[in-house]
Design a protein around this ligand. Structure first.
Ligand SMILES: [Mg+2]
Length: 274
């Protein structure tokens, strides 16, 4: 962590100690869990799930995972009982802790374009590298060699761009792939929607690693702490940079201590709104 960001962090944790409720927003892949080529085995760094469980157990923090994946993928990987709230598909889908879910259905034009994008992958013999989701298709080149990844990236971007432009869909590049998706929601929209459900002065933080997290960092500007979690720094709108897993675990441990210090000093345990 850079030393010039320490005062920001100190002030944030002071506000957390004094607050009756707080909001911890987290991306999943690359932030809480290291990347795995086998995406169904991408479990959190050791200690992360137990730290989040302890923070949730204090009862002051609304913990929300905001991921590009289907929300149903996240819950078993995270392994926290009861599960925190998960917003999937970059905010198109929301699964509450009780398991009930809401989804913004893609419109007809979006579905037509996704069908065409899938057929294009068939013609290119690339379907096996794609993840088909509600309202989007993500294509992954993680695990390929550098040259092969660059070749396939160029091919998919060129092929999909023509298709996506027909209906005004977005091509969203992320670390290790690209996604064709409805431009109905991004993580920034999800953050704004969640903030609207909280008291205006609730301390809030968002932790993420990818370019798809930048809209969330921007949505928190002037409203909360934005944290890039990544082994290497890159240009970002985030205010802080943490290297996982050690600095991430320290951050979560401080969050827990702040909750406990606040509880010990007698702040009211307000019910966390969901
Ligand atoms: Mg990520």
């Amino acid at each position: 962590m850079r030393s010039d960001t320490q005062p920001l962090l100190e002030a944030f944790f002071r506000s957390l100690t004094q607050a009756s409720q707080s909001l911890l927003l987290l991306d999943y892949d690359g932030t809480l869990a290291p990347f795995r080529k086998e995406r169904d085995q991408a479990v959190p760094y050791p200690g992360v799930a137990s730290a989040l469980q302890a923070i949730m157990g204090e009862g002051h923090t609304r913990v929300v995972i905001i991921s590009g994946r289907e929300a149903a993928d996240i819950r078993p990987l995270l392994g926290i009982q009861p599960s925190p709230e998960v917003w999937g598909l970059h905010g198109l889908q929301r699964v509450k802790p009780d398991g009930s879910s809401e989804i913004l259905q893609p419109d007809e034009r979006t579905l037509e374009v996704l069908l065409a994008a899938g057929e294009w992958l068939d013609h290119q013999h690339l379907r096996h590298m794609a993840e088909f989701k509600t309202g989007s298709i993500a294509f992954h080149w993680r695990g390929l060699g550098e040259c092969e990844a660059e070749e396939v990236r160029g091919r998919v971007l060129a092929g999909w761009l023509v298709i996506a432009e027909r209906a005004g869909l977005d091509l969203l590049e992320f670390d290790g792939g690209v996604e064709v998706r409805a431009s109905q929601a991004d993580k920034g929209d999800a953050v704004r929607a969640i903030l609207r459900e909280m008291e205006a002065n609730t301390p809030a933080a968002y932790l993420g690693d990818d370019t798809t997290d930048e809209s969330a960092f921007q949505a928190l500007q002037g409203r909360g702490l934005s944290v890039l979690v990544r082994p290497r720094w890159r240009q970002t709108a985030a205010q802080l940079w943490l290297k996982p897993p050690d600095e991430l675990l320290s951050f979560l441990a401080r969050w827990l201590r702040a909750c406990r210090a606040g509880a010990a000093s007698g702040k009211t345990a307000a019910a966390v709104k969901r």
